[in-house]
Design a protein around this ligand. Structure first.
Ligand SMILES: [Zn+2]
Length: 211
């Protein structure tokens, strides 16, 4: 597998890197200036740059298990996602933050399986961030199958993350000043359908569909 990666790197170096020399040289000389930050999942099937057809320099991407945004907390020391958000918002002045969820998320799925990941001491507490989303789903009697629960919980946890974004004072302030917008998106890895959360209607709609 590592040989495949190195062969891929060589193709990249001879191909993409040469063909996009002007862009890549400008990024190297002038630094990055992405306008969009994305919180995506670690899942290998969801590659934001690929699915949004973006180039290097376009997206500032934070990836974590289940694309969760923690609330703003003073306690604790290892706030990787919060640190990345702060740099995106206060350092790079991005104009948009997108929380990008997806179908079949293993992190979300683990919350509905009492056995799975029991021994994974870092995943359980991390997934507590989606605990409220899980409770919302379980309280809805019309959502019966595990697949539907996982799917709905993925959608609900995006809403939780959007709410948690607002707990960071430097995010809520920039939103008030119309310098920043936040978005909740959900990607279907089987069909490539992309949904966007409409906070006015409280529902997700396909981004390429007139509502
Ligand atoms: Zn995931």
């Amino acid at each position: 597998m590592i040989e495949q990666l190195i062969a891929g790197y060589q193709r990249f170096k001879q191909g993409y890197f040469q063909e996009n020399q002007a862009l890549l040289q400008r990024l190297a000389d002038e630094g990055q200036n992405p306008r969009v930050a994305i919180i995506a999942c670690c899942d290998s099937r969801v590659d934001p740059s690929l699915m949004l057809d973006c180039s290097p320099g376009d997206l500032f991407i934070v990836r974590n298990v289940a694309n969760l945004v923690p609330p703003c907390e003073a306690s604790g020391a290892w706030h990787g996602t919060s640190a990345a958000l702060q740099f995106a918002v206060c350092g790079l002045n991005v104009e948009h933050i997108v929380v990008l969820g997806h179908t079949q998320c293993g992190g979300i799925k683990s919350m509905f399986d009492d056995q799975e990941h029991d021994e994974m001491e870092f995943i359980r507490p991390w997934m507590l961030l989606a605990g409220r989303a899980k409770q919302t789903v379980l309280a809805n009697p019309s959502i019966e199958s595990v697949e539907d629960r996982v799917h709905q919980c993925g959608l609900e946890s995006i809403k939780t993350s959007l709410g948690n974004l607002l707990t960071f004072p430097w995010i809520s302030e920039k939103i008030r000043e119309n310098k920043l917008q936040i978005h909740g998106w959900h990607y279907d890895i089987a069909t490539a359908q992309l949904l966007s959360f409409d906070s006015v209607q409280g529902a997700f709609h396909a981004v390429d569909q007139k509502t």
